[in-house]
Ligand binder design. Structure first.
Ligand code: PEP
Ligand code: MN
Length: 340
């Protein structure tokens, strides 16, 4: 529920409304705006009888929010959230952030080389998976904690913060010891126990859209994390499952402007998993930036033909460097023509 106050409502009227909300056993969260204050009501598990609130002095309107998410919505939090991802700012007016690195961490040498390529080209965050959610059990499942150590080393050597996927609650201690940002993958977007646990931590989280998740489900998943107290959430569109098999997934780019409307959380795009094809990654990266993405996550491998995972969609170091030059030119152009 959202209580909208008259623009001339006094501080004591606002306090009286907050007290009335608390008297119902609910939480009141004032949302100051440039025109008027609103008060978000949290903690209800169903419809709230608003009769004790609607008639109070200074109240202009009471809006019942039927969506399964509130705290991540623009209604409750009009200002954009900026996530501090290991010192790199994502969201708001900050320049789009390029996250790059291999799908899987395969060896110390591979990770150090990839990190050096990502850094040299201008990438800001290094990725690499140690716990891999593979479709079949016979595929490479990742190096686990050994891989996390290589990722941390590569991040430290290159000066890049690092992101890696966590699949289970039991992996959280290890992943938090070595990573700056936690990734929750598409397959775990609705692993609600994991989301709640990550919500109790003070660590930034990249939440990927489930492969068949609606926008409402995606935002409701983010709500699980934010509702536990961790507001440092970045959303990631990575393509959804459709009838089309010519691409690995179907990149749903319209969610970028839509999520910017519905939520204050940053939204980035992963064109690698969305397309599954290296040749499509550069153009879809640029399309995502035009659509307003706050960042991009791409897979980059020193030798994609030998990659243990997702080689077909991985750029080479040189390919990434070329893409970064194109991105720089595009961003300069967007800055001067303001498409948003
Ligand atoms: C990944 O980023 O390596 C990954 C497994 O992505 P997704 O969860 O989007 O499939
Ligand atoms: Mn991958």
């Amino acid at each position: 529920m959202l209580i909208v106050m008259h623009h001339q409502a006094s501080a004591s009227e606002i306090e009286a409304v907050e007290a009335a909300v608390k008297a119902l056993g609910l939480r009141a969260e004032p949302i100051p705006g440039s025109e008027r204050t609103a008060i978000g009501v949290l903690g209800n598990q169903g419809y709230v009888d608003d009769s004790s609130i609607r008639e109070l002095a200074g109240v202009r309107d009471v809006i019942h929010v039927s969506k399964p998410y509130k705290m991540v919505s623009r209604d409750f939090h009009p200002a954009p959230t900026v996530v501090d991802a290991g010192g790199v700012l994502i969201g708001g007016e900050n320049a789009p952030v390029m996250i790059a690195g291999p799908c899987s961490i395969e060896s110390e040498e591979q990770m150090l080389t990839a990190a050096q390529q990502v850094k040299a080209a201008g990438g800001k965050i290094l990725r690499g998976g140690a716990f891999k959610p593979r479709t079949g059990p016979h595929s490479f499942q990742g190096l686990g904690v050994e891989g996390l150590k290589y990722l941390r080393l590569a991040g430290d050597e290159s000066g890049l913060p690092v992101i890696t996927e966590v699949m289970r609650i039991e992996q959280l201690d290890d992943v938090c010891r070595y990573a700056d940002i936690l990734q929750i993958g598409a397959r775990n977007m609705q692993n609600f126990d994991l989301l709640k646990e990550v919500g109790k931590l003070d660590v930034p989280v990249l939440l990927k859209r489930g492969m068949s998740a609606t926008i409402e489900e995606f935002l409701a998943a983010a709500e699980y994390i934010v509702a536990e107290g961790n507001g440092q959430v970045v959303l990631c569109e990575r393509g959804i499952r459709t009838f089309e098999r010519a691409t690995r997934n179907t990149l749903d780019l319209s969610v970028v402007p839509l999520i910017r409307e519905l939520s204050h959380l940053p939204i980035i795009v992963d064109p690698s998993h969305a397309t599954g094809k290296r040749t499509l990654v550069p153009v879809m990266t640029k399309a995502a930036l035009v659509a307003g993405a706050h960042g991009i996550m791409v897979e980059v491998h020193p030798d994609p033909d030998k990659a243990l995972c997702d080689g077909a969609q991985s750029l080479t170091g040189e390919g990434f460097a070329t893409l970064m030059q194109e991105v720089d030119r595009l961003l300069a152009c967007l800055g001067s023509c303001d498409t948003q």
